[in-house]
Design a binder for this molecule. Structure first.
Ligand SMILES: *Cc1c(COP(=O)(O)O)cnc(C)c1O
Length: 373
């Protein structure tokens, strides 16, 4: 196996799920989002670990993601969060996914595709995210429409929160309004004579900041992978599950005035030692980190990345008197180095995009933290 690997700390993941369980109490079910290959951590292993640690539901974004879990022998309910196109419906049915529905055209197409197969659906309300879902006022009629199909049954009703991860007063107020609209939708479904099933709303921000969003199930994603929103680090001391490592493959002396890598954006200001590591933007390490934003850890000390990050390699300035040796381990991201949120902040993005971005060329290695990598 190549030196560049993403170590996935399974015990940390299970600990993070336990922290969520402690936060929400024994009542609500936990749905573990494993979309986008479990935020880059590997869908099947993370889904299995989540179920072992007490999650009852899984969530994916695409039909293909759901099928991958079924092929791995997972039989837990799987919510399909994003809308499929008609040609995906036969696979949705054969994989027994639980789609989110909100409009008559789709519900009818789904029922036709299901044929003799009984499918459970969840009713999605748009309470202010502005992405997908019916308006809360329509919830009763749509629930009754679902109830009219013999092969469909309503298993839940949900919404998605747009600003729940912010403690700002304006945002808290907006979240409260979204939750009130969800409760209104639930009442309308009940008035229409339909059992709404599981009520759910809480993403990571909901779990962190809004106890009134827990209802019957919570769906925290990034929190399970180790990133709590700003201000929730103390109440939810989750730890990063992914650790990105590599090894030094070459060390050389660079003289004052010499340049390193494409574009010559870095010039040695003194004689120094430079290490080459086999990771680049072809692995999903953002090229925009080039030239000083990225600090890596080697044998417990920090060193700067220097020069342009190439597709497959980049360079580290070890300084003039370094004891670092060829083949030494380098940590680019993780609990002992910069974490994905810190790297994301340097790029004006979010931790999600960093972990999702580490691509297939980087093998995922599943470890318990006591295991030496
Ligand atoms: C992705 C997603 C989640 C999880 O969001 P996080 O911010 O990672 O907690 C929950 N619900 C829906 C509908 C989603 O699309």
């Amino acid at each position: 196996m190549r030196a560049t690997r993403a170590l996935i700390h399974l015990n940390t993941f299970r600990d993070n799920i336990r922290l969520v369980r402690n936060r929400v109490g024994p009542g609500p079910k936990i749905c573990a989002p494993v979309k986008a290959d479990a935020y880059g951590h590997g869908a099947v292993p993370m889904a299995k670990a989540a179920l072992e640690a007490g999650a009852a539901y899984l969530a994916v974004a695409t039909v293909g993601e759901g099928t991958e879990l079924r092929k791995a022998g997972i039989d837990a309910p799987i919510l399909l969060l994003s809308a499929p196109i008609p040609e995906e419906l036969p696979e949705l049915v054969s994989s027994k996914l639980t789609p989110l529905v909100w409009d008559r055209e789709f519900i009818q197409a789904l029922s036709e595709a299901a044929g003799e197969t009984a499918l459970t659906v969840h009713l999605k309300l748009d309470t202010g995210m502005g992405r997908v879902g019916c308006r809360p006022e329509e919830a009763g009629e749509i629930a009754a429409y679902i109830a009219g199909f013999k092969n469909l049954s309503l298993g839940g009703i949900l919404t998605h929160l747009a600003v729940s991860d912010s403690e700002e007063a304006d945002h808290s107020r907006y979240t409260k309004e979204q939750l009130a609209r969800l409760r209104d939708g639930v009442e309308r479904v009940k008035k229409a004579g339909v059992d709404p099933g599981l009520v759910h709303a809480a993403n990571t921000g909901g779990v962190a900041f809004h106890e009134d969003s827990f209802f019957d199930m919570v769906r925290p994603g990034i929190l399970l992978y180790g990133y709590a929103p700003d201000g929730a680090e103390k109440t939810l001391p989750v730890k990063p599950v992914m650790e990105l490592i590599t090894q030094i493959v070459y060390i050389k002396q660079v003289k004052k005035g010499e340049t390193v890598s494409y574009g010559r954006i870095w010039t040695a200001d003194k004689d120094t030692t430079v290490a080459t590591i086999p990771i680049g933007y072809g692995d999903g390490l953002p090229r925009r980190l080039s030239g000083g934003a990225l600090q890596v850890r080697i044998n417990g000390a920090w060193y700067p990345q220097v020069g342009r990050i190439c597709m497959d390699q980049c360079m580290i300035d070890l300084g003039s008197e370094s004891a670092v040796k060829r083949w030494d381990k380098v940590t680019l991201m993780g609990a002992d180095a910069l974490n994905a949120a810190e790297i994301a902040a340097k790029l004006g993005t979010i931790s999600y995009e960093i972990t999702c971005g580490i691509n297939k060329r980087v093998p995922r290695v599943y470890v318990e933290s006591t295991t030496a990598p």
